[in-house]
Design a protein around this ligand. Sequence first.
Ligand code: ATP
Ligand code: AMO
Length: 477
Amino acid sequence: RYIEDLGDLNAVEEETKVTIEARVYSTRKQSAKLSFLVIGEGDHTIQAVVAEGGEQKISRQMIKWCGGINTESIVRITGLVKKPFEEIKSTSITKYELHVQEIFMVSEAPEQLPIQRKDCNQPPPTEEEGNAEKEGLINVSLKGRLDNRVISLRASAQQAIIELQSEVSFLFAEYMRKHKFKWIQPSYLAGAATEGGAGVFEIKYFETKAYLTQSPQFFKQMAIAGDMKRVCINGPVFRAENSNTKRHLTEFTGLDFEMTIQNHYHEVLSFGEQLMIFIIRALQTRPECQHLVNIIKKAGYPEAGDFQLPPGDEAVRITFAEAKKMLKESGYDIGEDEMEDIDTAQEKALGALILSKHHTDFYTIDKYPRTLRPFYTHPDPTNPLLTNSYDFFMRGQEIMSGAQRIHNYDLLCQNMREKGLDPLAEGFRHYTDAFRYGCAPHGGGGLGLNRIVQFFLGLRDVREATLFPRDPGRLAP
Ligand code: ATP
Ligand code: AMO
């Protein structure tokens, strides 16, 4: 019987003959007559016993060879499952031993690998800690892990982080489909910047130039102008930000949505909040997600598994002005200028204040000043200095920006001109025409997938939540 998933071994009867293919995690030659191999797959391992004699007439030469197999090689073993000599206490070790009858090398790893899987399971060291060696384990730096991504990815906690990202993508798609959104494919080549000019990658496009999309903003809005009513996207977003922070990448995955508004832009805001509560709640309750969170938690990530959702799943929403007031009342140095943004440290402090007051790590800030938002953001009809726009936060850090959009052509052109942009320029003309031809009131938002995983788990660096991160210093692997 071929066992595809090592975890399934627990379900077979003793003395069953099985075949497995998995990696060698460690080897031990006990004597001329006996060797042990620990064979593993993710967080499951089984001990394989290679003993002299038996039906298959295992030779001493074979035992010696097994005891010297390079770790990380893939072997194919056929053998009998038996109760081990000693009771196994760890839940990650299968309850049986495998008594080897046949063993084949499927893919041999070299004797020396640049890093070891076992040295990548725990959170990477902080800069102060360096590549610290603790209790015989070398805790490989994040750089070392990313330089050798194929090996670090084999460490069960690192793999679980990437698998959790996959769950978030599926949950986003599930919720969107349930609410009748269409999953559209925008172009990732654009003729103009959407989020301001500084952060775009310019590329040569035959005789002309193009940009890698900074946001699918124009495409999702134009789909609404084409009467698609509710659209969503899961795709790459490129930002030429020369930033070396722990939450900025030059390429990240955007989960975008855009929808028509019936009466009030808070319809969009409520939709986004319920989407996030659905995703986080599912991460906390669905067995397949909990399994991943437990692996990560067990590996020593301090904040994994303790994310607080608002009591009763009632989203907590405050205005930008209220956020600044809360900070000021707590003694933070907030200037008199009501239009001035709050910085990252203040945002984090606000996260802590909201956690103690409202008992939630997820919340929304509404009504940002006009000066802080892109040209397509709808003004607040009751206060021309403000906009119908919002950001979502997890543990005091931004995971989403969104807004009602300007759908009136004249107002859009005026707003663009005020921000120094020409609405009739070649790169903007098709976008602005969409509103000249008539477009329903609408709004939406863009979530950073990598950041959702980072802040849900409380990871120090967004690169840990990214399979192949790109930043100003990294283009490979
Ligand atoms: P967005 O893409 O919506 O702007 P963001 O999280 O980058 O998302 P910003 O408003 O750009 O939000 O930045 C928020 C804070 O993050 C800034 O006040 C600043 O402290 C910090 N920050 C942003 N970009 C950089 C950068 N390139 N280098 C260092 N810090 C930055
Ligand atoms: P914004 O620029 O705020 O909004 O981006 C939306 C979300 O994307 C994530 N994000 C990032 N993640 C990793 N590295 C980065 N450099 C980075 N920059 C942003 C954040 C952020 O909240 N067009 C609007 C969205 C909209 O209004 O629909 C936009 O792009 O989580």
